[in-house]
Design a protein around this ligand. Structure first.
Ligand code: IMP
Ligand code: MG
Length: 181
């Protein structure tokens, strides 16, 4: 397979991502079938994983999206900036947050607090990638994790560096020379 010249190491090929995603979808179907969950995708990084996951979820579900960023101020929790909010009320609903990668966990901590306040019945997280060594807050344990990676900067399959590389159909470690210019 031909890999982009900005990539130093391939982490997951497209075929591997599909296999991983199918396994996650099986677990999710077992847990949520009949509950009509709302899959909440965290833009923009979630897009490819979100679409892949949905394809393999043979059950009733709804989808919605949020685009948030966390403002890393002086507090350890950070402050949530909502660029795009959910379009529907989530009171009494089962929410499954779909994310590309969990690193510090700061963004998701803010989102979890917000969705709890809004009265969701349950909230869980599914993430394609987890970087547990990067965690800076407690209590962020995604229930469904596709693949655990070391503390390296990765791109592709929705993940970007400076808005580039989201379209790569695989996940790879970005060459340091790309961001140390
Ligand atoms: P957090 O640090 O857990 O709040 O991560 C928030 C977001 O940062 C993730 O959802 C990604 O969009 C982005 N991010 C974290 N690590 C990486 C990476 O290695 N590559 C690209 N984006 C990343
Ligand atoms: Mg993200």
């Amino acid at each position: 397979m031909k890999v982009h010249s900005a990539i130093e190491e391939l982490i997951l090929s497209y075929d591997e991502i599909v296999e991983i995603t199918k396994k996650l979808a099986n677990q999710i179907k077992n847990d949520y079938d009949g509950k009509r969950p709302i899959l909440v995708g965290m833009l923009k990084g979630c897009v490819m994983f979100f679409a892949e996951l949905m394809k393999h979820l043979d059950m009733d579900l709804e989808i919605d999206f949020m685009d948030v960023s966390s403002y890393h101020g002086t507090t350890s929790t950070g402050k949530l900036i909502i660029n795009k909010d959910l379009s529907r009320d989530i009171t009494g609903r089962h929410i499954l947050i779909v994310d590309d990668i969990v690193d510090t966990g700061i963004t998701l901590q803010g989102v979890l607090e917000l969705l709890k306040e809004r009265g969701a019945t349950s909230i869980e997280i599914v993430t394609l990638l987890d970087k547990p060594e990067g965690r800076k807050v407690e209590g962020i344990y995604p229930k469904y994790i596709g693949h655990t990676i070391p503390k390296k900067f990765v791109v592709g399959f929705g993940l970007d560096y400076d808005e580039l590389y989201r379209n790569l159909p695989y996940i790879g470690v970005l060459k340091r020379s790309v961001y140390e210019k």
